[in-house]
Ligand binder design. Structure first.
Ligand SMILES: [Zn+2]
Length: 234
């Protein structure tokens, strides 16, 4: 059932819809790309030499309370300028070459997560026909923080509860700007250590007086100054 794009305004340019299948599980849109060429990400030259095709699956914004999934046939091209270089064509409007959700879906789910947090955000998102896990909501929040924030220098690390008395996570705040910059799973040393190791801009870590956060700061940011908050319970 070929469908022209003007009848479906949410179909990005450069895609041709081959089939729509509606079920209780949602709407499955099968489509293929139509561009005659693609631009090599290494040298910027365009190529028309198709190497192979493959299928991508992407989640998108819901349609009429149904979850939407794209089944896309896309191509790999061979660059005529970079020896041996083969690259996948982008699908403009539906996220990066490896994305598993469209950019517009990721934006909506990040907005929900920024207000509600990981697991509650995932529950509301599922209710709105945008299925996602709590961990993925946290990853989306983290990605937005990384894109939109300058590197943090002074951070505060503390534990917090998704629900009082139930599962705990770790909250990381930028103390200079007074905002939350990340939410980590659990309250053990390992995720905090890894986070600090991947943020070498951190020069000062404020934490509670003992326990896993002290160890995490010692091993993840050995050059940073540690400040133990004496007003916190240990
Ligand atoms: Zn090239």
């Amino acid at each position: 059932m070929p469908i022209s794009n003007p009848s479906m305004p949410s179909v990005p340019d450069g895609l041709y819809v081959d089939d729509l299948a509606l079920s209780m599980g949602g709407l499955l849109i099968t489509a293929h790309t139509t561009a005659h060429q693609a631009t090599c990400p290494s040298c910027g030259q365009s190529s028309r030499r198709v190497h192979s095709t493959y299928w991508r699956t992407l989640k998108d914004l819901p349609w009429q309370d149904r979850a939407v999934t794209w089944h896309l046939r896309v191509r790999r091209f061979r660059c005529g300028h970079c020896p041996g270089r083969i690259f996948a064509e982008p699908v403009v409007g539906l996220g990066s070459r490896k994305a598993r959700r469209s950019e517009r879906l990721a934006e909506a789910q990040t907005d929900i997560g920024m207000v509600l947090g990981g697991e509650p955000g995932a529950r509301l998102s599922r209710r709105l026909a945008m299925p996602i896990s709590g961990d993925t909501v946290l990853r989306l929040i983290r990605r937005r923080r990384i894109i939109s924030s300058p590197p943090p220098r002074v951070v505060g690390i503390d534990d917090w509860a998704w629900r009082r008395g139930h599962s705990y996570g770790t909250i990381v705040c930028d103390l200079e700007r007074g905002c939350v910059i990340d939410l980590l799973p659990g309250r053990s040393a390992a995720p905090v250590r890894d986070w600090l190791a991947s943020h070498p801009s951190v020069a000062v870590v404020s934490r509670d007086r003992a326990g896993p956060y002290a160890e995490a700061a010692r091993t993840g940011a050995p050059a940073a100054t540690q400040v133990a908050d004496r007003w916190r319970a240990t």
